[in-house]
Design a binder for this molecule. Structure first.
Ligand code: TXA
Ligand code: MG
Length: 338
């Protein structure tokens, strides 16, 4: 169907020249074919880019782990085109999980549910649950619909590093590990910018495993249940103390005055803060954000820019408040933890 011609994107990474097919957003059929043939696909979602494979192809999923350098006992999220598909992947779905699916899908929320036999050990890391999500991105939804099945996709970064929010970042991170049967489809810059809220739906009430743009207040309002924190003991790399980390050391300020003090201690550092906070002399402004939503969208790009510029340190003034601000502080705290 597509009139789009795949282009070869070439990148030099000191040691080698490598190529990965970068598909335009219209090349939905080609992208679905990559998945069908057992290849890996860089896939845009509204949160971050995923590294996608057929969720029922153990060999393809094994390559995701290899390319990311991720321990293979960590589960991956299965992305589906419509909420109705959860019946195929999960069993014993509680009423509150269905309410959440109706309210927030497509959207930045992953539900962890008891798995059906369709969800293999190679998806769940051997756990008896599966993470499911309907992403809210036109390219992702079109690719999922064209493919037809479930698509396993962790964030398309190397394990422990910062998630990509543009196709170019996926190519820069992974092209030397991807091959001729793989591709990245360009869906522009991600609108949300931080990963989905993960909700454990295996208990009597929902429990948050990772905060995101769907908030505790949203979940309580829709389900009428108190959200518990903690939940089951699960292996969730997004909940490791150090994650989402750039090479630069991240210092968190708790006020504009603290930004000044840190600036004297770390001359030449990058700065991520609200636009109203002036840039102290000697600092490199990485992001001047206008709102919490803007902070979420800009955060990973700014952390990556610090590494591209070879900065030793980044000073960040986190957003205050609950909801998405809480999710942004969660990522900043992990980025700052060494
Ligand atoms: O926004 C997102 O969720 C992105 C986009 C691509 O959809 N994906 C993403 O995937 O962030 P990943 O693999 O980087 O993080 C998924 C998190 C991991 O912490 C994983 O351990 C957890 O979800 N997870 C997946 N399945 C799970 C399960 N059955 N039980 C508990 N945690 C699970
Ligand atoms: Mg990740």
């Amino acid at each position: 169907m597509s009139d789009a011609t795949p282009v070869e994107a070439w990148f030099i990474d000191n040691s080698a020249v490598s190529a990965v097919r970068l598909l335009p957003s219209t090349a939905v059929v080609e992208a679905a074919e990559v998945l069908r043939a057992g290849g890996l696909l860089g896939l845009p979602t509204e949160t971050v880019y995923g590294l996608a494979a057929d969720a029922e192809d153990a060999t393809a999923v094994a390559r995701i782990y290899e390319v990311k350098g991720r321990p293979n006992d960590h589960p991956v999220i299965v992305h589906v085109a419509a909420a109705s598909a959860i019946e195929e992947w999960a069993v014993a779905i509680p009423a509150y999980a269905r309410e959440l699916a109706v309210a927030f899908w497509p959207g930045p929320m992953t539900l962890v549910l008891p798995r059906s036999s369709r969800a293999g050990d190679f998806i769940t890391g051997g756990q008896d649950t599966v993470g499911l999500r309907v992403p809210n991105h036109p390219v992702a939804l079109a690719v999922l619909a064209a493919f037809g099945g479930g698509v396993a996709a962790p964030s398309a970064n190397r394990f422990g590093e910062v998630s990509p929010t543009s196709a170019g970042e996926v190519v820069a991170d992974l092209s030397d590990r991807l091959g001729a049967g793989d591709a990245v489809i360009d869906g522009g810059r991600c609108a949300v910018g931080v990963e989905s809220t993960i909700v454990d739906c295996t208990g009597a009430a929902p429990a948050i495993l990772r905060p995101g743009a769907v908030t505790i207040a949203d979940i309580e309002r829709v389900t009428g249940l108190p959200v518990v924190s903690g939940g089951a003991v699960v292996r969730a790399p997004g909940t490791l103390a150090s994650h989402y980390a750039p090479r630069a050391t991240v210092w968190l300020a708790d006020s504009a005055a603290e930004v000044q003090r840190l600036a004297s201690a770390h001359p030449g550092a990058g700065l991520i803060a609200d636009a109203a906070v002036p840039t102290p002399a000697g600092l490199q402004r990485l992001a001047a954000v206008e709102s919490v939503a803007d902070y979420a969208r800009e955060l990973y790009r700014a952390l990556r820019a610090a590494d591209e510029q070879g900065l030793v340190s980044v000073i960040a003034l986190p957003p205050v408040g609950v909801d998405l601000a809480f999710a942004v502080r969660d990522r900043l705290t992990r980025a700052a933890h060494k």
